[in-house]
Design a protein around this ligand. Structure first.
Ligand SMILES: [Zn+2]
Length: 414
């Protein structure tokens, strides 16, 4: 380890790790998944970590979506600091919806780039490629001190752009299908190989929630996913790394008894209240990978016409069964720590078993093969926070999933 003094990143002080500090983000890991797999004896390593290490629950950021939470974990701060509050934003001046995957949208440096710049070796492995550029912001790959690649594009990774030539061949594992459990397994397997052979100082492993969108905690497919994870976790633990296991968000069933999605179509409501197309409802969960959620989650924001009475709309929204929160932009900035310039005038959240859509005719629900499970709201905010070292930590709501590296590094410095 070449770092000589603790690092300040976005106003927090990170100690000097004596062993590898690892944060693992299990995408969509509702705490019940771990409880169910442990109850069946499928996760002996995690069970032991809970017993002799630290076992807490933490809160994710809202919206409880993948990108905002991954960037919070990467920066140690909420979205009002790093700017990533969804998969895309709406530009009211141009009327365009813009993907927020690009590094130019990131407003804060990552913990990874700070450690790299201080002389450390840094590894980031992500299941989906959509996160890679943001997580790898400002890293350089010309001195063998940084690696940042995805399982999804592991056939095409290069030494100059990702720090690893053809990662699939290097790992000896075929590039997995994007909708598969193997996409996440690739991440764990690569993490084990990197820890054994390359010995990073800081490593981030982040998976995909394909399994969690499809299967409930008691389903055999979910249990075997966590059993698989535990085998890799055991290897990381055995090699002496300090490990924090957390999640970007939970996952809840959001369907009716007949299996069809439970949806409040808010664009249709706004059209009724304000006139056709006068308001613009944005679902920031929308991304190119809609197969498993049909772009339906529990968080939405809306841009309203200039003459709209915001409080009247909020009052109307709160009378809709299933809407748990409706608030002004200013209240959302305050309560959810969101960047005010990247959300609409109104923010709304739906309950545990119901999601928010735009217009009924704009969602391709035929792509949904299983009863909908999704996330985005306050009811998917509670996530595991488990450390393989005994630390004195608060529990939710004080503890946040984006404290993962702070405590991984603290544990690695002990
Ligand atoms: Zn996610």
């Amino acid at each position: 380890m070449n770092i000589e003094s603790p690092l300040e990143v976005n106003g927090r002080i990170y100690q000097i790790p004596k062993t590898t500090a690892i944060a693992i983000c299990l995408d969509g890991c509702e705490p019940a998944y771990l409880d169910a797999a442990i109850a069946d004896g499928l996760m002996p390593t995690l069970k032991r970590m809970r017993a002799i290490g630290t076992d807490r629950l933490a809160h994710s950021v809202i919206p409880s979506f993948t990108n905002p939470n991954n960037l919070s974990i990467a920066t140690g701060r909420p979205p009002n600091v790093h700017g990533i509050c969804g998969n895309f934003l709406f530009d009211p001046d141009t009327g365009e919806e813009v993907m927020m995957n690009d590094v130019r949208f990131l407003r804060a440096p990552t913990i990874f780039s700070n450690f790299y710049n201080a002389g450390a070796k840094v590894a980031i492995i992500t299941a989906k490629d959509k996160l890679r550029a943001l997580l790898g912001a400002e890293l350089k790959f010309d001195d063998d001190r940084a690696k940042c690649f995805s399982a999804e594009k592991s056939d095409n990774s290069t030494l100059t752009e990702h720090g690893q030539e053809k990662a699939s061949a290097w790992l000896g594992m075929a590039q997995p299908e994007v909708y598969s459990a193997e996409l996440s397994e690739f991440v764990f397997a690569a993490g084990v190989k990197l820890l054994a052979e390359w010995k990073p100082d800081v490593m981030y492993l982040t998976t995909t929630d394909y399994v969690q969108h499809k299967f409930a905690p008691d389903d055999a497919e979910a249990k075997s996913f966590y059993e698989m994870f535990d085998r890799y976790l055991a290897q990381l633990d055995e090699m002496g790394a300090a490990i924090v296991v957390t999640a970007d968000h939970g996952m809840k069933p959001k369907h009716l008894e007949d299996g069809s999605p439970a949806v409040i179509y808010v664009q249709d409501l706004m059209d009724e209240w304000l006139g056709e197309g006068a308001a613009r409802v944005i679902l920031p969960i929308t991304d190119p990978y809609v197969v498993h959620h049909g772009a339906l989650g529990s968080f939405a924001t809306a841009y309203l016409p200039d003459d709209a009475d915001h409080n009247d709309i909020i009052t109307k929204l709160l009378t809709i069964e299933g809407i748990t929160h409706a608030m002004t932009r200013e209240e959302a900035v305050d309560e959810f720590e969101l960047p005010g310039d990247r959300i609409g005038e109104i923010v709304m959240v739906s309950g545990e078993n119901i999601c928010i859509g735009t217009s009924e005719d704009r969602h391709d629900l035929a792509a949904l093969k299983e009863p909908l499970r999704s996330h985005g709201g306050v009811t998917e905010q509670t996530v595991p926070f488990i450390v393989n070292r005994a630390l004195d930590l608060p529990s939710k709501p004080e503890l946040r999933n984006f404290d993962a590296f702070f405590y991984a590094v603290t544990a690695a410095a002990m």
